[in-house]
Design a protein around this ligand. Structure first.
Ligand code: AHM
Length: 337
């Protein structure tokens, strides 16, 4: 039987310890992260059972309790929304799964200073083939008046105003990684105690990496600068910092997580038929841009820093390039030439 290592901080212990350095902090962000951690554990249980769906009951069928078995992404959405609604730190949410924001509008929530945007289950198209998927979240301080219901303007803020951003990866182990301006820290779920434990303190992404991640199938849809860069990646050899390796899972949380740790670049460019690409600015690009910048990397839409984009629509899309500083600069040089 494995013993519990008391030297390892749990997510709760870590966020409480962070508070000690800030006597004026209210603890609201810590409680919000605790709420998200709880949702992540519940989602994790269901994701782990995904392969059993055919024997336990298919989507849309009725389970033993007489309830309809929900699709996993709907389940994840409800979990995230539920913990944030019942917590004391969130005035409202925006979700990739829902057309509009949800304003909690009760006495406690209206006093909360934060709003949260999330993609409850990114890469959910991969569930059927047992590929790692994830939850992505982003926390903003509201700009509307405290004591009143939050408003859409609280959600349509540029990414640079994020207070925290993070993701949960349901992989060979389950991890929660989150960033504040002070650093990026990763916690691995210890199933024996059901707690996220600090396993990757103060993550910094390598200045240069050797991995490039892009959907090659769309190569001829990309603009010339991007194609030039992909060609450059293929031509890298021992003499000029290579060879580079192409890795693309098609599940952004897994692709960017791997590149964050090992060093690399992830690209979802605009295409001839979809000039803004596929990824959503508020739910996918901004949180990862924030995390990678805090870790020492860079993120752009090919023209400008992602975190500076002023959003106008909750579900707007953006081309997205993110990764190690050195590789991002190589890409920028190709796009300028
Ligand atoms: P989803 O919102 O349907 O889950 O799609 C988002 C996913 C990302 O995780 C991933 O990076 C991208 O779609 C892959 O798209 P493509 O198959 O076009 O390369």
């Amino acid at each position: 039987m494995s013993s519990i290592n008391r030297q390892v901080l749990t997510l709760d212990e870590f966020t409480i310890q962070q508070l000690r350095n800030f006597p004026k902090a209210t603890g609201e962000l810590s409680s919000l992260l605790r709420d998200i951690g709880l949702a992540a554990k519940r989602i994790n249980v269901e994701v782990n059972k995904a392969g059993l769906v055919d024997i336990l009951g298919d989507h849309g069928s009725v389970n033993v309790q007489g309830e309809e078995v929900k699709k996993l992404d709907v389940f994840a959405n409800n979990q995230m929304m539920g913990v944030l609604r019942h917590g004391i730190s969130c005035a409202g949410i925006g979700s990739e799964e829902m057309d509009d924001i949800v304003v909690f509008d009760d006495e406690v929530s209206n006093q909360s200073k934060y709003v949260v945007l999330f993609d409850p289950l990114d890469g959910s198209g991969n569930i059927d083939v047992n590929v790692s998927i994830g939850t992505i979240f982003s926390v903003y301080r509201r700009v509307s008046e405290l004591g009143k219901p939050c408003k859409k303007e609280d959600f349509l803020q540029p990414g640079i105003r994020q207070i925290a951003a993070g993701y949960v990866i349901y992989g060979s182990s389950t991890m929660l990684v989150y960033a504040t301006r002070r650093g990026v820290n990763g916690f691995t779920l210890d199933p024996s105690i059901g707690e996220f434990c600090l396993s990757h303190p103060d993550i910094k992404t390598p200045e240069f990496g050797k991995i490039y991640s892009v959907n090659h199938g769309n190569f001829f849809q990309y603009e010339e600068g991007v194609r030039k860069y992909i060609n450059l990646c293929q031509q890298k050899n021992k003499e000029n910092g290579g060879p580079y390796t192409q890795r693309y899972i098609g599940s952004m949380v897994s692709d960017v997580h791997r590149n964050l740790i090992k060093g690399g670049i992830f690209m979802y460019p605009g295409m001839k038929e979809k000039p803004k690409g596929k990824l959503r600015l508020l739910y996918e690009c901004n949180p990862f841009a924030f995390i990678l910048e805090v870790a020492g990397g860079k993120a752009t839409d090919g023209q400008q820093r992602v975190l500076d984009i002023e959003p106008t629509d909750l579900h707007e899309r953006s081309p997205f390039f993110v990764g190690s500083r050195g590789m991002m600069e190589e890409l920028e040089a190709c796009m300028k030439s």
